[in-house]
Design a protein around this ligand. Structure first.
Ligand code: BF8
Ligand code: SF4
Length: 666
């Protein structure tokens, strides 16, 4: 794998971006001159700087920037900072950046939740059961309370956690007891959500915290304010407001755009905007207006994590993941791309402007040159949504030459931690017990999470090859974020993919009709994985803490700072994480060893790094086997080793399994 260049040059100058649909669209749109990130990688005259990539370039003050070389006395910072301090500071600031994105997202969800409970938005408190369960978990007595009053009580308690100065975040109390005790002992229990980010930014300012270990403790605490704080709050309140996801059938890939409908893609992260658009797209008045211009209706499709949110809850299709955002526009078939925050490349603006497509920004926190700004407010959510859709309808007759590829895959998505309970345990004895039992009896070797971004500097579809190898080795795979969209494109989020699973995993999942790879949502929804792991630890039979479980996470193509924050909260929670294609502290052996070795003694889990699918699979399966051995579950289980012929054979799902469950409506 070439991690410096995204595509080879022996292809007549045409870029390749990890999946056939992208190549197809870019070939067709070549003449229109649209430039995507894949082109820009090739056009850049420089390779990524090794100091920057390895975390040893410091520009925290104006005596620098200082490029540091570990072990070379003349190459420390002007202030005397060495490589370990600088690498730890840079790593910590990545965590702070990633956590702050989830935190600001979550703040928006809680504000919308409170406004909804007060009757000020078009949304409603949809999942009253989850509201009452959540209230109880937070120590609020739900009995006899009106659902909106209760929601106000829950929302107020949680919004206060953003500004809280001491104590501990309430959802951290959900973690297994031994884990909570460990966090308290190590001083990484999160006290308040915003506080941990501010303190981390302060401690990494010039001339403050200079002990890399101390800096990395605060990085861990900050990541916890994300995972067990903001992200968990966002997931839980979004579920209460918009409904808990349940398995549902839908489609992913660029081919979900429609020839005869007004195509509106919604890109970014915040579910409140996407929900309003979904509601307005079903408005008979809007549909009638679309018909007037010759369209059959509105086709709303997601991009990036917004896609995962509306896929999970509404069964709306995903047009593309991160690496597809400009390619979706290069079809020339999108009337409007609506964006809010995070992972929106500046390149989408010129790409949209090549066509009749209008790019609409909706958050005052994220404006873009070349875009129309229509401020989204939850209080007038439907009015804003209708205005956006009307602009799209008006553009439809202006659609010029365009090309919609055939590529789209059927997926079954919507596996919240509660759903996994029901599916594996049955509705009347919902429990993780059957999962634990099947891990203990060896049918399932363990659980692996493939999360995070796709990345233009990675050539292969690592998520897909890795998922195939893991399931063939009886590892149950859960996915979130753009990794989920990638494996969806390849057909792995479909029960038919069970033909690729090992015999044990297949036997368990065939019985309940699940795909071998479970889609658990957006990146914020990685908090669902924390809850699932906690349930597994609490049920018993696999130890008493998350670090005992044969479970591991990975982010093979990390791009965003959020991925690092997520990885750190997994490690701090006791689940090992393998990152790829590189690790951001590689310029300091001291800090890298601390993350990849010493954290084992602190958290019972470490970071690791890999590049190829095979390397990822080896490391992850070895780690799972190690945990099984420690639990005394090491009955012989032959490892399936993959060669190229086997990979090719697994390339396409085999015969369909008839009448498997988990289909959801439609
Ligand atoms: O939060 S996986 S590219 S879209 S950061 Fe971004 Fe990465 Fe996609 Fe969602 Ni997550
Ligand atoms: Fe250089 Fe130190 Fe300033 Fe960083 S803080 S730029 S290492 S002088």
């Amino acid at each position: 794998m070439d991690t410096s260049k995204r595509f080879d040059k022996g292809n007549g100058g045409c870029p390749k971006i990890q999946c056939e649909a992208n190549i197809d669209v870019l070939c067709q749109s070549c003449a229109s001159g649209v430039v995507t990130a894949a082109h820009r990688v090739e056009l850049r005259a420089t390779e990524p700087c090794l100091f920057g990539k390895g975390g040893t370039c410091c520009r925290n003050c104006n005596m620098g920037p200082c490029q540091i070389i570990e072990g070379v006395d003349q190459m420390i910072g002007i202030c005397g900072a060495d490589a370990s301090t600088v690498a730890a500071r840079n790593f910590a600031r990545i965590v702070a950046g990633g956590a702050s994105a989830h935190i600001d997202h979550s703040r928006g969800v809680v504000m919308a939740f409170l406004a909804t409970a007060k009757g000020e938005t078009p949304y409603a408190i949809k999942d009253e059961d989850k509201l009452r369960e959540t209230a109880l978990r937070l120590g609020i007595v739900p009995n006899g309370k009106d659902k909106n009053d209760l929601a106000i009580e829950v929302g107020t308690l949680l919004i206060n956690e953003f500004g809280q100065q001491s104590g501990r975040l309430l959802f951290a109390g959900r973690a297994p007891k031994p884990r909570q005790e460990l966090w308290a002992r190590l001083g990484v229990m999160p006290r308040g959500i915003d506080r941990e980010v501010v303190e981390l930014m302060h401690r990494t300012h010039m001339g403050v915290d200079q002990d890399y270990r101390n800096i990395l403790f605060q990085a861990a605490r900050c990541s916890m304010a994300d995972g067990w704080g903001a992200s968990m709050i966002a997931t839980e309140l979004s579920d209460i407001m918009f409904g808990r996801p349940a398995p549902i059938r839908t489609k992913v890939n660029i081919g979900v755009l429609k020839e005869d409908e007004v195509n509106v893609t919604v890109h970014g992260h915040e579910p409140v905007l996407a929900e309003a658009l979904a509601m307005a797209a079903n408005d008979p008045e809007i549909i009638a207006e679309a018909k007037k211009v010759g369209a059959r209706g509105i086709n709303l499709a997601g991009v990036c994590c917004t896609g995962n949110e509306i896929l999970m809850r509404r069964g709306l299709p995903i047009a593309g993941s991160f690496i597809q955002q400009e390619v979706v526009l290069a079809t020339g078939a999108v009337e409007v791309m609506v964006v809010d925050v995070q992972c929106i490349m500046q390149g989408v603006s010129p790409a949209a402007n090549r066509y009749h497509t209008e790019l609409i920004t909706t958050s005052e926190r994220a404006k873009m040159a070349g875009a129309t700004h229509i401020q989204f407010e939850e209080h007038r959510a439907l009015d804003v949504a209708r205005e956006i859709l009307r602009r799209a309808i008006e553009r439809y007759p202006r659609r010029g030459e365009h090309y919609i590829p055939i590529y789209q895959a059927d997926v079954v998505a919507g596996f919240s931690h509660e759903t996994i309970n029901y599916i594996l345990g049955g509705r009347f004895r919902a429990s993780y017990r059957p999962l634990n039992d099947n891990i203990a009896n060896g049918r399932i070797r363990g659980v692996a999470a493939i999360v995070g971004c796709d990345n233009y500097r990675v050539f292969d579809e690592i998520h897909v090859e890795l998922a195939k190898e893991l399931i063939a080795n009886d590892v149950l795979v859960v996915v979130t974020g753009c990794a989920a969209t990638g494996v969806g494109r390849a057909g792995l989020l479909n029960p038919t993919a069970l033909t690729m699973a090992g015999p044990g995993l297949r036997e368990v999942l065939e019985a309940v009709g699940c795909p071998p790879v479970l889609h658990m949502g957006s990146c914020v929804d990685n908090s669902r994985i924390l809850v699932a792991l906690t349930e597994m630890a609490k049920i018993g039979g696999l130890g008493s803490d998350i670090s005992d479980l044969p479970a591991i996470g990975c982010a093979p193509q990390w791009m965003s700072e959020k991925a690092v924050a997520i990885g750190q909260y997994f490690v701090t929670s006791g689940a090992a994480v393998v990152f790829g294609p590189n690790f951001p502290t590689s310029g300091s052996r001291v800090v890298t060893d601390y993350c990849m070795k010493d954290m084992q003694n602190l958290y019972g889990a470490t970071w690791d790094v890999a590049q190829t699918p095979n390397e990822f699979a080896n490391k992850m399966i070895d780690k799972i086997n190690e945990k099984r051995r420690a639990l005394g579950l090491d009955k012989k289980k032959e490892r399936v080793l993959f060669d190229m012929a086997m990979r090719r054979e697994l390339g396409s799902p085999g015969a369909a399994l008839h009448d498997v469950g988990c289909h959801g409506p439609g």
